[in-house]
Design a protein around this ligand. Structure first.
Ligand SMILES: Cc1cc2nc3c(=O)[nH]c(=O)nc-3n(C[C@H](O)[C@H](O)[C@H](O)COP(=O)(O)O)c2cc1C
Length: 202
């Protein structure tokens, strides 16, 4: 795995698994931390966002401010999910790594087969081939053999499989605490400082 440079942008993509709030919170924290983010989301992600957060987004023209109403978006650049002219479609555009949060079973399958049918799949393909960090945040239960085998393949290809599976041992009291638990684990993968959860032993 290549050395991460904290000056490079981070790719954040959102797909149609349950857990839209994880993506929203992750992006809020990255914006607060002034981290340069390159992002896109799938049409299914907009459906889940509508269902879970009651925010209506047009998948063909996403208005990011509606998804992140509290955030300063000056550090976030957005591309359409079909736009292969986006810098993240090419390995020559250097990044700090990529996160798919949440990651649907469908996108996990496309990632491990190199399907590249949209910009999310292509950017994941690029991160694997360039040996850059790729963090997948699946949310499904129960897991079929297909899911488990795809996760195995993703891990074998070099990705980090980080299920949206919050722990309760920090004294979680609210849904926000559980969301922050998962977001904290994602940020830790990129050594991004945060105060979202107390560290065990501190
Ligand atoms: C409300 C809602 C919740 C969903 N939850 C999940 C889920 O938790 N995990 C999953 O893998 N797919 C889930 N799906 C199905 C995916 O959205 C669907 O497989 C879609 O094709 C994924 O496309 P994408 O990977 O391009 O985003 C959900 C769909 C909807 C509408």
């Amino acid at each position: 795995m290549s050395t991460m440079s904290s000056d490079l942008p981070l790719v954040v993509t959102v797909t149609g698994a349950s857990g839209a709030r994880y993506a929203q919170r992750l992006l809020e924290v990255l914006a607060e931390s002034n981290i340069h983010v390159l992002m896109t989301m799938s049409p299914a992600a907009t459906q889940v966002i509508q269902q879970e957060l009651e925010i209506q987004l047009d998948p063909n023209s996403v208005e990011l401010q509606k998804f992140l109403p509290e955030s300063d978006l000056s550090t976030i650049q957005y591309w359409d999910y079909r736009d292969y002219f986006s810098p993240i479609a090419s390995g020559s555009h250097r990044t700090r790594g990529m996160i798919i949060c949440p990651c649907s079973g469908g996108t996990m399958s496309a990632v491990v087969t190199g399907a590249s049918r949209n910009l999310i799949h292509r950017a994941a393909d690029v991160h694997l081939k360039e040996r850059r960090k790729l963090v997948l945040v699946p949310r499904e239960t129960p897991l079929s053999l297909v899911h488990l085998e795809n996760m195995h393949k993703a891990a074998a290809a070099g990705a980090v499989v980080l299920p949206a599976s919050p722990g309760f041992y920090h004294g979680a009291k609210t849904i926000d605490d559980l969301v922050d638990f998962v977001v904290a684990r994602i940020l830790d993968q990129f050594e991004i400082d945060h105060q979202l959860t107390k560290r065990w032993g501190d």
